[in-house]
Design a binder for this molecule. Sequence first.
Ligand code: FE2
Length: 207
Amino acid sequence: MIIPTVEEAERELELARTLNPTPWVDHSRYVALAAKAIAARHPTLDADTGYVYGLLHDIGRREGWTDMRHALDGYTYMKNLGYESVAKICLTHSFPMEDDRRAETQPGQWDCSEAELAIVNDFMSRVVFDDYDRLLQLCDALGLSTGFCILEKRFVDIVLRYGFNDATIPRWKAFLELQAYFEQAIDCSIYSLLDGIAESTFGVAKA
Ligand SMILES: [Fe+2]
């Protein structure tokens, strides 16, 4: 598995910031910090690998403001650079339900062509998830652009922005199962590892 170094990933993210200077970059940084913190306590995951995946999971946003096509754009960009495992994360991070990977389960819109959507569905029907895929699915829901956030607050935020669909409740359950899965592996609450989460979730100043 070839992945960029932390320094290379930082450079990619900052280059992408110049192309699309919106809050997604800071979101990516918090996702990376969460992935690093959880991986560091995990018996088999590597902290720097989690961090690099976090920095680059939304790299498709370098192409400008898009909805779900950012996942495909990130996949294509990383694949062309030779980073297959990062490319995989760019797509899988949006699919927390391992047993239901249909593109239409997303709260967002697939703003791409039928042919491109077929590429997504074909890839997702064949890909085998590993614990990095699962880690980034979880951490994507823990990172805002301003800090960390408990899952339940994030759930409400997404529904307020996109509305409910048939997959909303199954997705919530999938995120909670991911939380339990990693908490069993690291033997502590994920929230205990996320600096400042109380302040960023509840909007209170640090004492
Ligand atoms: Fe993300």
